[in-house]
Write a protein that binds this ligand. Structure first.
Ligand code: C2E
Ligand code: CA
Ligand code: CA
Length: 620
């Protein structure tokens, strides 16, 4: 008996110790066990004092044993599990909200409270759906939720789940919302970088192609145009003013284009200074943008105090074939742009089928050029120059033609500008110079002392040491330099005065005569005369056409001829087609004439025949 009481006291002491020392949850458990034990002790006491009471000890102890077993073994893990679960949910970084079957909120963790100011007390599912702006919930799916709040736009990955019992009766539901703002913003940033131009912020090439396609397809009834832009001399400007200024200019242009934004308008930067704009044709956007960019460039030139000619140019493709790729449309617009590149008179140029055909032809010609040189398809014609006073032949200009096996005789106007533009003229000119030297030698050997003139293209002076090349040719063909006159254009001289001056001096020292071709067609003729020494001025009558009939114009032409005479440079008028012009020029003091009135450019054999019937004289 005593042993039992000792054991009871030890057990009670142990329980009391636990109650004092352990956390609340355990305190509750041990308190309940303590109360049961104390109940048993009290019951036992009552039973000992009052012997007449019915002995229920076995039932009471049995019941107490079950209770103690329950609280000692089952109650705690169950309660602990619940508490720990709640604790975890409360502290988790995601928002959790639970609703019962009537839509009353039964639980909202800390995150839910702080993010949505949503608490479990008195809140309903309806309220919550209002907060997330969604009233169309489909079960068990996940989606990104965008919520605008005090901290700006936030993104949540929302999961929604319904609970049913095993008989499929609805019990309630819960939401889990993970804050994915950082990840989503980073994703958006990556997406932005992948689709936009990092310098200007407009669409990049691929995105422009994609978006323009969508715009055109979505508006099948609307006529659309596609334009590309380019700043003439942008690279040079970059070199002169620095890359920062160039970059800023590109940003400004993007902003200008951006300021015309509207429905159905797509624009982007394709590369360097090339932007593309796809817009409904009736908006005439290209004209507006072109003007604005040019105004901006004019301002830039003024602010930076530069004389460099920079202007914007646009090529436009009015979209006829809507099914071709956007990149092909851009190519067509760019083709139109490059057809007039650098031509200040044509700042906006439209793509046409003729232009396309010309480009195709040009491409073919370029590809065929090496073979044509090898097969000597290029032939030289000669156009005599005649002194109108004496009727004597004073010279002849060598002019090239392409005797194409399929396309027939192609005039130089078709391929010379192309070869100049693409940097292929030098090879052809070398061929012509050699052919002219050969012809000059033959003429000399036949006793005709008539100089031949050859054209030197502006680009030739950058291709090699042309002095060496031409000195070599005259040596090789054993002709005198005075039998080969060299025609340089005024524009070439203006472009690089120092270089040209140096080349011309070397030629003149060697005994060559330099003729300034197309004199009067440029803008600074008098300046050029001051800076450079030439032997002959060639006036192109087609350029001077406007002068005829105008008293003032005639006076200017007369002054130019007199001026040339005063610096001992004879003039040759080109493009003289009729007697009236011959007389007109004679009155002004210009007698050396080249033109259809005397002869068209003719093959070498025909020139020989002409030389037989005309006398030969010297240029005066
Ligand atoms: P250019 O040097 O000014 O040559 C004169 C052009 O005027 C020639 O055209 C000639 O046929 C044309 N012409 C002469 N008289 C008359 C006339 O009375 N009326 C009209 N309407 N035209 C006349 P072409 O032969 O077609 O040559 C055109 C241009 O091609 C030349 O102009 C020259 O710049 C260039 N060119 C021709 N051959 C060569 C060459 O071998 N090398 C280079 N670099 N350029 C060349
Ligand atoms: Ca010429
Ligand atoms: Ca000329």
């Amino acid at each position: 008996m005593a042993f039992c009481y000792i054991f009871l006291i030890v057990a009670l002491a142990q329980i009391i110790y636990r109650i004092i020392k352990t956390p609340r949850l355990y305190k509750e458990q041990y308190s309940v066990i303590l109360v049961i034990l104390l109940g048993c002790v009290i019951g036992n006491g009552i039973f000992l004092i009052q012997n007449d009471v019915l002995d229920l000890s076995v039932i009471v102890y049995g019941f107490a044993g079950v209770l103690i077993y329950y609280f000692a073994v089952d109650f705690l893990p169950h309660k602990l599990k619940l508490d720990m679960g709640t604790m975890i949910l409360t502290k988790m970084n995601s928002a959790f909200i639970f609703f019962d079957m009537d839509g009353n909120c039964i639980f909202a963790n800390n995150m839910a409270s702080s993010l949505f100011k949503y608490h479990s007390k008195g809140n309903s599912l309806k309220n919550f759906l209002k907060i997330i702006g969604d009233d169309n919930l489909s079960a068990d799916n996940q989606r990104i939720l965008e919520i605008k709040g005090e901290k700006g736009t936030m993104y949540f990955l929302m999961g929604y789940q319904r609970f049913n019992d095993n008989r499929q009766r609805y019990l309630g539901c819960f939401f889990r919302l993970d804050d994915v703002t950082e990840e989503t913003k980073e994703q958006e940033r990556q997406m932005y970088l992948a689709t936009h131009d990092s310098l200007t912020g407009v669409y990049n090439e691929d995105t422009f192609y994609r978006e323009a396609r969508i715009a055109i397809d979505n508006n099948p009834q609307t006529p659309y145009s596609l334009a590309t832009t380019n700043i003439y001399q942008f690279k040079l400007m970059n070199d002169i003013l620095g890359k920062e200024v160039g970059d800023q200019l590109l940003k400004d242009i993007a902003m200008i284009i951006d300021s015309f934004n509207g429905p159905g308008i797509i624009y982007g930067r394709l590369e360097s200074d090339k932007f593309a704009i796809c817009s409904p044709s009736n908006l005439k956007l290209v004209e507006l943008i072109q003007n604005k960019i040019d105004e901006h460039l004019a301002e830039l030139r003024k602010n930076k105090n530069i004389s460099l000619v920079i202007f914007n140019q646009c090529g436009v493709y009015e979209i006829q074939e809507r099914n071709i790729s956007i990149s092909t449309m851009c190519d067509r617009a760019t083709m139109a742009l490059y057809a007039t590149k650098g031509d200040v008179e044509h700042k906006i140029n439209y793509y046409t089928t003729e232009l396309f055909n010309r480009m195709v032809l040009e491409n073919e010609l370029l590809a065929e050029m090496p073979k044509a040189l090898k097969e000597k398809q290029f032939v030289i014609y000669f156009q005599p120059q005649v002194d109108s006073r004496t009727g004597k032949i004073v010279g002849a200009e060598a002019l090239v033609r392409w005797k194409h096996p399929q396309k027939g005789m192609i005039p130089p106007g078709v391929f010379i500008p192309l070869l100049e533009r693409t940097g292929n003229i030098y090879e052809l000119d070398c061929y012509v110079w050699a052919a002219a030297c050969q012809a000059a030698k033959k003429l000399h050997d036949l006793g005709y002392d008539v100089p031949l003139s050859v054209n030197i293209s502006p680009r030739d002076i950058y291709s090699a040491d042309i002095c060496q090349v031409i000195f070599g040719l005259v040596d090789k063909h054993k002709i005198e330099p005075r039998n080969l006159n060299l025609e340089v254009t005024e524009s070439a001289v203006i472009k690089d005065l120092t270089r040209m001056n140096n080349i011309i001096s070397r030629f003149r020292e060697k005994g060559f005569h330099i003729e300034m071709d197309d004199f009067g067609s440029g803008y600074s003729s008098l300046n050029t005369l001051k800076d450079i020494q030439v032997d002959v001025l060639k006036l192109d009558m087609r350029f001077l056409d406007s002068i005829k009939g105008s008293e003032r114009g005639e006076k200017i032409l007369a002054a130019i001829i007199a001026l040339a005479k005063s610096i001992e440079a004879p003039t040759i008028a080109e493009g003289v087609e009729d007697k009236e012009t011959v007389d007109f020029l004679a009155r002004l003091g210009c007698h050396n004439l080249q033109g259809y009135f005397y002869s068209k450019p003719i093959p070498y054999d025909d020139l020989l025949k002409m030389l037989d019937s005309y006398e030969i004289g010297a240029l005066e």
